[in-house]
Ligand binder design. Structure first.
Ligand SMILES: Nc1ncnc2c1ncn2[C@@H]1O[C@H](COP(=O)(O)OP(=O)(O)O)[C@@H](O)[C@H]1O
Ligand SMILES: N[C@@H](CCOP(=O)(O)O)C(=O)O
Length: 307
C-alpha cells in the first residue's frame, strides 16, 4: 500500500483497512496525510474491461454528480495493477449507507436517478450488459437442475417470456444505466444523498429497466416481495417530475419490474452456486429468496403499476 500511495500525489500513508460488505471487488479505506480515499481491486474484470466504467464515472462527474472518479497517478495513469488485479484509487465520500430506505430517501433517489438517466444519454461508448439475455439464458440453464421444481419452472418460464418480450421491444429508449443502484450503493449525509458509487454494472440499456432495478430494491418489502406503496409513489413521482416516461415505456413497466427482479434473483443464485463449497464465501452472499419473492409478487401483480 505504501508503494502504491507513493505513486500518487496523496502525501504519506497513515493507515488502511479492508471494507467488508461488498461481494465483487476488494476495497480498502485508505488514510494519507492529504485525506481519505478508497482503493478498489477489481476481482471480476480484466484490465482492458475497466476503462469503460471509469469513463462512465468521469462523464457523470463532469456533469456534476458526486461519483467516485479514479485519481490520476504521478505517471498520468488512473488504472494500475496490484497483486495482478486492475486497481484504482478514488476519493472517499462523506456519509454512510442507509440501514433501510424511507419515503424521503426514495424521493431523493427518484429525482437523482432521472437526472442520471438524462446525463447518460450523450455518453458515446455503448457497452452491452454482461448480465443481459445471453447471460441469463446460459446461467438459468446451468443452475436449473439445482433448484426446487417450482423454482425451476418459474425461472425458465420467465426467461422464455423475456426472450420474446425483449425481441419485440428493442426500440424502447436506452441510456447509460447504473445497473445496480441498490441503496447500499448510495451514501447519505444529513438526510441528503451524498454520493452514488459502484458503477461496475453500468451499460447501455433500457432506461426503464434501470428504473425498475431501483424500485425493486428501494421500495420492496423484502419479507413479502410486495411494493411498499408509499415509498413507491414517492420514488416514482420524484422521477417523473424530472423525466417523463413515454406511453410505450409506461406500457412496458410491469415487465421491466419482472425482468429486473429476475436479473438479481439469477445473479444471487449464480453467486450462491459458485460459493456453495466454501462456507465462508457462502455466508457473505445476498439471499436469493428475497428476489424470488419480488419476482413472484410482480408476476402476481399483473395490472400496470405506473401511475
Ligand atoms: N468512494 C467511496 N466513498 C465512501 N465509501 C465507499 C466508497 N466506495 C466504496 N465505499 C464503501 O465500500 C462499500 C463497498 O463498496 P462497493 O463499491 O459497493 O464494492 P462491491 O462492488 O464489492 O460491493 C460500500 O458499500 C461503501 O460503504
Ligand atoms: N446489488 C447486488 C449485489 C452486487 O454486488 P455488490 O458487490 O455491489 O454487493 C445484489 O444485491 O444482489
Amino acid at each position: 500500500m505504501r508503494g502504491l500511495v507513493a505513486d500518487y500525489y496523496l502525501g504519506e500513508l497513515v493507515s488502511f483497512k479492508g471494507i467488508a460488505g461488498g461481494v465483487e471487488n476488494t476495497n480498502y479505506f485508505l488514510t494519507t496525510t492529504t485525506g481519505r480515499y478508497v482503493v478498489t481491486l477489481f476481482e471480476e474484470f480484466e484490465f482492458e474491461e475497466v476503462p469503460y466504467f471509469l469513463n462512465v464515472v468521469a462523464h457523470l462527474k463532469h456533469k456534476g454528480f458526486n461519483v467516485p472518479a479514479a485519481l490520476i497517478d504521478i505517471h498520468g495513469e488512473r488504472l494500475r495493477v496490484v497483486k495482478g488485479r486492475p486497481t484504482i484509487i478514488v476519493d472517499c465520500f462523506p456519509g454512510s449507507e442507509l440501514k433501510q430506505t424511507d419515503v424521503d430517501s426514495c424521493r431523493l433517489m427518484g429525482a437523482a436517478l432521472a437526472k442520471l438517466h438524462v446525463a447518460g444519454e450523450d455518453f458515446a461508448e455503448h457497452r452491452e450488459s454482461h448480465r443481459g439475455m445471453e447471460w441469463w439464458r446460459e446461467t438459468s440453464k446451468a443452475i436449473e437442475h439445482e433448484l426446487e421444481p417450482e423454482q425451476a419452472t418459474l425461472l425458465m418460464s420467465q426467461v422464455a417470456e423475456f426472450d420474446v418480450f425483449i425481441a419485440q421491444h428493442d426500440y424502447l429508449p436506452k441510456t447509460t444505466i447504473h445497473g445496480d443502484l441498490f441503496y447500499n450503493n448510495t451514501l447519505f449525509e444529513n438526510g441528503q444523498l451524498s454520493a452514488i458509487i459502484d458503477f461496475y454494472n453500468a451499460c447501455y440499456s433500457w432506461t426503464m429497466y434501470d428504473f425498475a432495478i431501483v424500485v425493486n430494491d428501494w421500495c420492496s418489502d423484502m419479507a413479502t416481495g410486495e411494493l411498499d406503496m408509499e415509498k413507491y409513489r414517492s420514488l416514482v413521482n420524484a422521477y417523473i417530475h424530472e423525466r417523463e416516461p413515454s406511453a410505450e415505456e409506461i406500457a412496458a413497466w410491469p415487465y421491466m419490474l419482472r425482468i429486473a427482479a429476475l436479473r438479481f434473483w439469477l445473479s444471487r443464485l449464480e453467486a450462491w452456486h459458485k460459493a456453495k463449497h466454501d462456507p465462508e464465501r457462502l455466508a457473505q452472499q445476498h439471499d436469493p429468496r428475497e428476489f424470488q419473492r419480488i419476482l413472484e409478487a410482480r408476476v402476481r401483480y399483473a395490472p400496470a403499476l405506473m401511475e
